[in-house]
Ligand binder design. Structure first.
Ligand SMILES: C[S@@+](CC[C@H](N)C(=O)[O-])C[C@H]1O[C@@H](n2cnc3c(N)ncnc32)[C@H](O)[C@@H]1O
Length: 208
């Protein structure tokens, strides 16, 4: 059985074309304007090659991008420097299940297709650093693309409401977007397929 630990992700990135995943995820780009947030401080869980982080930084955000894979973090930092965004992107090697998370407050904490052991606990811990008025945004797969690295074909993807509930962030949050839109996605070899995304955006109303 595959263990999705630091070693797994390191090898994944070493074997992956550095340009893969460098464009922002379409659901994130579509969702951010709907959140009506002024660019502030943002924290990303499982940033990969940093497509989202670099895009947000280009929109004026100060982004801290976390990933367990050194290769991914190094590539984000290099690209940020190449694109003149080094002052706006801090790429940090961090195992979010075990290491301390950067101190907030953050106006936005998000993860796109971020999966890790005990992910709900990680997300809850990260959500603590969201300032009142800020947003916790999770973009997940709502279906398996044909090129997915996970081969579990009988897996039932949670609905947005189920996903939001599973996070158990408590009474200080209100659901703002719970949606499962479909789109045509492009895989690593240029192949195309219809996929479903699960989008959960929760706004922090107060800090109790
Ligand atoms: C499916 S990829 C998504 C990457 C990126 N967000 C994207 O949309 O392209 C999941 C990411 O989570 C990272 N990851 C997995 N476990 C982690 C952990 N314990 N701590 C930090 N990052 C982790 C992986 O290295 C990988 O980059």
């Amino acid at each position: 059985m595959t263990t999705y630990d630091a070693d797994f992700w390191e090898k994944q990135y070493q074997a992956t074309d550095p340009t893969w995943g460098t464009t922002p995820n379409a659901p994130l780009v579509a969702t951010i304007p709907r959140l009506r947030l002024h660019p502030g401080r943002a924290l990303e869980l499982g940033a990969g090659h940093g497509g989202d982080a670099l895009w947000l930084a280009a929109q004026g955000w100060a982004v801290t991008a976390l990933d367990v894979a050194h290769t991914a973090v190094d590539r984000i930092a290099r690209r940020a420097a190449d694109e003149g965004l080094a002052d706006s992107v801090t790429a940090v090697r961090c195992d979010v299940t075990a290491d301390p998370l950067p101190p907030g407050p953050f106006d936005l904490v998000w993860g796109s297709f971020f999966y890790a052991p005990d992910r709900e606990a990680v997300v809850r811990r990260a959500a603590e650093s969201v300032t009142p008025g800020g947003v916790l945004l999770i973009v997940d797969h709502g279906s398996a693309a044909p090129w997915s690295w996970s081969s579990a074909s009988d897996y039932e993807f949670p609905t947005p409401a189920q996903l939001a509930e599973s996070l158990e962030v408590g009474p200080d949050w209100t659901p703002e977007i719970l949606e499962a839109p479909q789109r045509i996605a492009t895989g690593p070899n240029g192949q195309q397929a219809e996929v479903t995304d699960t989008i959960v955006a929760l706004r922090r109303t107060r800090r109790s």
